[in-house]
Each structure stands twice: as structure tokens, then as C-alpha cells.
Design a protein around this ligand. Sequence first.
Ligand code: NI
Length: 133
Amino acid sequence: MRLTRRYRFSASHRLNTPALSLEENRRLYGKCNNPYGHGHDYVLDVTVEGPLDASGQVIDREALDALVRERVLRRLDHKNLNADVPELAAGVPTTENLAAVIRGTLAEGWPLAGRLKGVRISETDRNIFELEA
Ligand code: NI
């Protein structure tokens, strides 16, 4: 059985690669290279998989919510991804990289019954990124 649980958070970022020139960065990232950054209302889907437990559920949803809140939302919501998230500060906070950070953070010592199957993040209606766990 597979369950996908949806969460939302808002954060800002600026996409810029220091190794590239101003012009190259503008061409590569377009508006996302705006020097003062910009925000997104991200939608995060976390999918877990496993057999049903004695309660007839695949996972304790409150426990999953607590885990996502503690490990992900608390660290990302209303934050500047360039400055506030150490794993992203050294690179470019694209949503591809953000998805990898979230997956890694959630997967580390996964404490719940049912296993993490993957994460999906919508940055906009048209940009949706998925990563298998
Ligand atoms: Ni952006």
C-alpha cells in the first residue's frame, strides 16, 4: 500500500552559479537569477509504502506529520534557501537540489513503520520534481 501525504511551505531563493559570468547566469536561470531573490509556495508530497498495520493503516499519519514538520518544514518554511540551509548554501538551491536535501533528511535513520518511497515537490504549477527514495 502506498500513501502520499501533502505539505506546503514558502521559501525564497536565488539561482546563481558563481563560476559563470553575470550574462551566463542570466541566460541560464532567467528571472530566477534576480539579484534580490524571489519566493515560491512549494507543495511537498511525501510517499510512504508498506503493509497495513493492525489498525488497517500503512503509516501513523500523525507520526509522519511530526517527522516532516521537525526535519523539513521547520528548517525550510519562510527561510532563504541560499542562506538558511547549509546543504544548499554551497551549491545552487534549485528545486532539484532541494528535493535531494529533503529526501536525504527524511531518509536518515527513518524511524517509522512503512518505508519512504519518494518525494515530489511542486515549485510552480508547471515545475514538478520527483525523487525516488
Ligand atoms: Ni525560483
